[in-house]
Design a protein around this ligand. Structure first.
Ligand code: ARG
Length: 631
């Protein structure tokens, strides 16, 4: 993109997004379709392609870098050979520098780090389940997508503040208190907070049909709660504590954390001020006794702020919330990862904010919606009514992952821990691999499989790379030339930090440090396999189509992160990881790696293996999957 930007007049970022991998690698490594340029350059796409090709090929050859080996060498720039084919400009990396350059990117401690968000803060609202109700599959999707988006922003340099906007307020708490006082007990709630709350709700509604006094009782309790009555408050806080314990267990298994737990109740004392601002701006209008903000010009129904009885609603709360996130939390960008059924709600809230104060137009406010996910599996959807209990889904996934592992590697140490990582990884990846608005019919059977487009497939590919690196290290200096440039020298040849707990973006990044090789051995020198003069690195062994494809995939990592961020679409990264895993497996199967030629070739191939492993584990970490080094 940097090369083509001055030649086309199109920005680098835009070009990077337009560059494609040709369907057939004999055509080249990258390809720029020139059709979109035809308009601005006022020439036929084919003519543009051949002019660009001539310009690229005519560029001065970059001065060759010093002989390979020195750590401090700047990586030589990549040279490109271009060829026009119809309206496409096909490019192939040429010369000696590019392999080194791409490997160094993957070996850098800055792997996956971008500066795009530097100096900016994003507030991300995700998960946000409701107290005393089960966390639904929708909340699971929000949790998984939101966490991935948080990691992606973080690695792109944003200051990220994550918020769990718990549904911890509303008239239902009055009912719950009334029901608990009549038929419930703390012990029963402690034993099964959400199940027991549900039972109490159901009973409340059943009995209220026969006994209308119960409805008044519920109302009275909510009023007491609103007025700060000690007993009501204490019970309410108890419900929250108990529900949170259940949610926390799921968050723990998913490896999800939040910077802020600010439920709806947090805004109780902030709504009047928000409403006052609307009033002062002259935006509140009466409608059937209620107060609304009209949004006719925006083509939307009015946004209800006060009901006719003077009470506030969900929308009022989100107005106060948005003001708080921008003004008190300093958010430059606000993200809401909430199901598609709330689309109108967020459009209304954003429109009201912009009416209130036009500077809100400059704040990026994004509702990140997602489609429905259906979970197959009889047991999970039938127990306790129609409600899916996520714990059971996770347990089932882990059970199935364990069965897959038992069948494949019965002697694996830590089988349970690996099954947990793989089972949870299957769910997380299964959620993220398709574009989020698509409805998902989730099949656990398919998702825990080690092949196919699954999380376990990517995890398994990573473990495979680790195993190769371990074997190389065990084989010792015989097979792996000591000090050969770029042979990863982690304790056991495995990128550090790869194992165990779900890697946050930061933790995963720590895995990318390639070994600092001891200076000395002239690895690969004189292996006589067509190295260019002075090239002792053996990197020419990476000129095969399979290796080239891997290298170019590695290079596309930054663009995958950018693409995922541009569209708030973690699936872009998930698809990338599947492609990288496929490319690596093809390379892995394309010829001997250990003992390939006793020297430079093995070293170079191991270096590529380590680079792929680093990107796989970093990318899995961004999506929220852990990457066990053995499966
Ligand atoms: N608790 C809500 C629900 O379950 C989601 C809240 C989303 N966040 C927000 N700021 N409205 O539907």
């Amino acid at each position: 993109a940097a090369l083509l930007a001055p030649l086309t007049g199109v920005g680098e970022a835009e070009l990077a997004a337009r560059l494609e991998c040709p369907p057939d690698e004999t055509l080249g490594d990258l390809s720029l379709p020139c059709f979109a340029l035809a308009k601005t350059l006022r020439r036929a796409p084919a003519a543009i392609a051949s002019e660009l090709a001539a310009q690229v090929n005519g560029q001065e050859e970059a001065p060759a870098a010093e002989a390979a080996g020195g750590e401090a060498d700047p990586a030589p720039p990549i040279r490109w050979r271009a060829e026009a084919a119809g309206g496409f400009l096909n490019l192939r990396a040429a010369g000696r520098g590019w392999i080194e350059a791409l490997l160094r990117q993957a070996e850098s401690p800055a792997l996956g780090r971008l500066e795009d968000g530097a100096g900016k803060r994003v507030v991300i609202d995700y998960s946000s389940p409701n107290i005393a109700k089960p966390m639904s599959v929708g909340h699971l999707r929000s949790t998984v997508i939101g966490r991935a988006l948080a990691n992606l922003h973080r690695t792109a340099g944003w200051d990220v503040q994550t918020v769990n906007h718990l549904g911890d307020w509303g008239t239902q708490f009055g009912k719950l208190i009334a029901a608990t006082k009549r038929w419930g007990s703390r012990e029963a709630i402690e034993a099964d907070p959400i199940g027991e709350s549900l039972r109490l709700y159901v009973r409340f509604h059943e009995e209220a049909e026969r006994d209308p006094a119960l409805v008044d009782e519920g109302r009275a309790w909510f009023l007491r709660l609103e007025q700060g009555d000690a007993e009501a408050r204490e019970l309410w806080a108890f419900f929250i504590r108990e529900s949170l314990k259940e949610f926390q267990r799921i968050y723990g298994r998913l490896g999800v954390e939040f910077d802020h737990l600010l439920g709806e109740s947090f805004y109780n004392d902030k709504m009047e001020a928000a409403a006052q601002r609307l009033r002062e701006a002259g935006l509140l209008e009466e409608s059937d006794g209620a107060l609304v903000v009209r949004l006719d010009e925006q083509g939307m129904p009015p946004c209800l702020v006060f009901k006719s009885d003077g009470s506030t609603i969900y929308g009022t709360r989100d107005l106060a919330t948005a003001l708080y996130r921008r003004e008190a939390m300093g958010g430059d960008k606000l993200l809401y990862v909430v199901g598609a059924e709330q689309t109108l709600h967020f459009r209304q809230v954003f429109a009201v904010l912009e009416k209130l104060d036009p500077t809100w137009e400059q704040v990026e406010k994004v509702h990140v919606p997602f489609g429905l996910m259906r979970m197959e599996g009889r047991k999970m959807s039938t127990r306790r009514g129609k409600v899916v209990f996520l714990d059971e889904v996770l347990d089932e996934a882990v059970r199935r992952a364990l069965a897959v592992i038992e069948a494949k590697t019965p002697d694996l140490p830590d089988k349970e821990a690996v099954a947990e990582a793989v089972g949870i990884g299957a769910i997380v990846f299964g959620d993220l691999r398709s574009r989020r608005m698509l409805e998902i019919d989730f099949s656990l059977e398919e998702m825990v499989s080690l092949d196919g487009e699954t999380g376990p497939y990517v995890q398994y590919t990573y473990a495979r790379a680790c195993s190769l690196l371990r074997r190389a290290a065990e084989a010792g200096a015989g097979a792996v030339p000591a000090g050969a440039d770029g042979v990863p020298a982690g304790a056991d040849g495995v990128p550090a930090g790869a194992d165990g707990v779900p890697a946050g973006a930061d933790a995963a990044a720590a895995g990318s440090g390639a070994g600092t090789a001891a200076p000395g051995a002239e690895a690969g020198a004189g292996t006589g396999s067509g190295a260019e003069p002075g090239d002792a690195s053996g990197l020419e062994a990476l000129g095969s189509p399979a290796a080239r494809a891997c290298l170019l995939k590695l290079d596309a990592y930054g663009e995958a992160i950018r693409g995922a961020l541009r569209e708030h679409e973690p699936s872009v990264l998930a698809r990338y990881l599947l492609e990288l895993a496929k490319a690596f497996n093809r390379f892995y199967n394309s010829g001997r790696i250990l003992g390939a030629d006793g020297g430079g070739e093995t070293a170079a191939k191991l270096r590529l293996t380590a680079a792929c492993a680093a990107v796989l584990s970093h990318g899995l970490g961004l999506l929220g999957l852990s990457a066990p080094s053995r499966i």
